[in-house]
Design a protein around this ligand. Sequence first.
Ligand SMILES: [Zn+2]
Length: 275
Amino acid sequence: MNITMCHATSGRRRRIAVMLTALLLACGLAAIASAQASPKSASVLKPRQVTQFQLFYVHPADSKPVAGRSAGIQHIAMQADTWLASEIGGGLSPRFVRGTDGRPSVLTIASILSKSEITDREDIAFDAMPSYVARGVVKPRVLPIFFIEGEQDYDACAWYWDGRNGPYISFPMDNCEIYPSVEDTFPDYASYTLAHEIVHALGAVGEDSPHEDGSGHVKGDPEDLMTGNDWDDVDWERLTLDPGNDDYLRTGRRGLANIERSPLLERASSTVWLS
Ligand SMILES: [Zn+2]
């Protein structure tokens, strides 16, 4: 079965066949989405214009933030960040908006929607993006990552979107019951899923990559973070980025989306945490 890392867990596989088209869009084929969508808003940035990731925690209007959630989100971002930096090499790592302690900062948003209203939507991040951008909640050149307390009516654990209203990453935590915790270590589901979506945002897997599977993932290669394999067929012990360097990382080939050239990476100066 060829479902992808930006979504699948075993409990949700039953809808995969009917959701295939939507999944393709979710996993990065934004050109299709853009072609079908209405004209873009001038205020919405295209992926190449964003240079920083910003973590957000979104909770429903009718409930308080869950204790420890922001800390968990920050923690798994650090886990993903550290792993990605070691894999990308060259001193590069994802450029997060960071606090004075050097750690990725997490901003909390109280949604105007109740938990049940959130559940009825397909993607509240898509709906809210124009307003967030207009109000400066999402600042210019920032690619937001929304951890949403609730479920969205969309068959994926998380997704990167770079069509109309994008780019952003949406991570509705109830969808696959993945709740970031300070106890997580890479590649637990939360940090793994976040790292996978970040690499989509960095430009992988481009449609010209030799092993691209038509959905923005790599065919086979169970150890590749961007494999299109089902989670049961991922080599969790040997995870890496682009084994063989022939698809999206240091390929040495012009015309391929080499993620090391993404403006969303920075030359890591000081990773200050030890955890
Ligand atoms: Zn994916």
